[in-house]
Write a protein of this length. Structure first.
Lengths: 225, 225
DNA sequence: CGATCCTTTGAAGGACGTCAAGGTCTGTGG
DNA sequence: CCACAGACCTTGACGTCCTTCAAAGGATCG
């Protein structure tokens, strides 16, 4: 039988209470914008003028080495907040993985709100801590897990974040590889192996629509803890 | 000639202004404690009762996989603050790398101080952001850098943090390896190579006392940026 | 000054990367 | 509706960087 946990507490960046959707609109001007697939939302080292929340779509945040090697630090999905910086500049480049609509908020407004509202200030700390926890987990993955373990961990993460065993991946194999510190071929081989082991199958006629058939067995591939 | 930057702004966790050393002692009870080499200061998932600042010594923070694979997330050196958690429990195990004396402060005291003092609250956010930036840099290293690049980056980091080209490493090769996502043999080979390339030499009769002879050349091994 | 820990170095193996080819899916224009 | 181009994915063969295994030479400390 198939068991699913519904615990959503670890969902990263879900912060409707940051002021994006619930704050008095009299205080905050809330606009939105749509980016086509592949378009850059902001670049590394650019001034951090806005904070974003995803209404629809998916975003990748990454850094590059001088020779083009890329490390994706996080994928941002529906409702996730991203682009918040404590300092002046962005530390990542953010791009739309697919067509993506975001809510925008001026960082300066958020800062001033935080100065007067201790609750918002605490939320900024909570949000940063959530990002830190994600990065800490990812360091363990990148430093010490094998290819199959990384791919399993990725699928488990996507399963948890979408809250469904029908995982629709917006990103391609190269994006996944650059998130997991692998090559796209190694990711492909790992997914194939999980398919042949009966852990997952594909839906429709694309390899991006994945059905987790056996979450317990999948978790057995990831030695977390 | 040998060039050195004196920019210390990125020094992680240096927070004398957190209340550890400069706050009115009438408000805060400040005690200290000494741990012998190898002793655990706190364990993963334990309640986060105290926040620590290093008076003397060095500390490693790490997480384990079930089969014993270890990822060290950070080394904490003199003046660094560590063990601060926004949540209830520690997310890492912390151990003294060598004999280490720390200042202790009750987390609850810090929390209550933050509630009344916005400056302290901002410092907590800044500290968490500093940790996040370090983790982000480390993800790039673990995901996309080669062995020699990782070791070079590590030596550059230690050089910067100690503010001296005479780097005295408190940790052994295994610790370095577990920080860099490598094996101790690979670290040893990389250090040897840098020695034979004239980038560094050793001081005294131990391999832990390293002299950076050519920081520019060393930086050439690390493709950061 | 002996026991233990740490580091280096060599040799061999393996996991993942690289290179290459072919298949599938999607969108577009005829 | 079909043809075609381009993007994406899989799979195989081979290469390589790092790990594993092993041994020997310091360094440290009782």
């Amino acid at each position: 039988m198939f068991v699913r946990t519904t615990d959503q507490r670890l969902q990263p960046n879900r912060l409707g209470d940051l002021g994006f959707t619930s704050a008095p609109t009299s205080m905050v001007k809330l606009s939105e914008f749509t980016y086509r697939k592949g378009k850059e939302i902001f670049g590394e080292k650019e001034p951090a003028e806005y904070v974003y929340q995803i209404k629809r779509g998916a975003v990748r945040s990454y850094r590059l080495l001088s020779d083009g090697r890329r490390q994706i630090g996080a994928f941002h999905l529906k409702d996730d907040v991203f682009g918040f910086e404590n300092g002046e500049n962005h530390r990542f480049t953010a791009e739309a993985v697919i067509e993506t609509t975001v809510y925008l908020m001026k960082r300066a407004s958020l800062q001033s709100m935080a100065d007067t509202d201790a609750a918002i200030s605490r939320n900024l700390l909570t949000m940063t801590t959530t990002n830190l926890e994600h990065a800490e987990n990812h360091m363990l993955l990148l430093g010490r897990k094998t290819a199959i373990e990384r791919v399993a961990a990725f699928l488990i993460e996507m399963d948890r974040r979408t809250g469904s065993n029908n995982v629709s991946l917006p990103m391609n194999r190269r994006d996944i590889a650059d998130y997991l510190g692998l090559t796209l071929e190694t990711v492909s081989r790992a997914v194939s192996r999980l398919y042949y082991e009966g852990v997952l199958s594909f839906r429709g006629n694309t390899q991006r629509e994945i059905v987790i058939l056996d979450l317990i067995k999948l978790q057995g591939f990831d030695p977390q803890g």
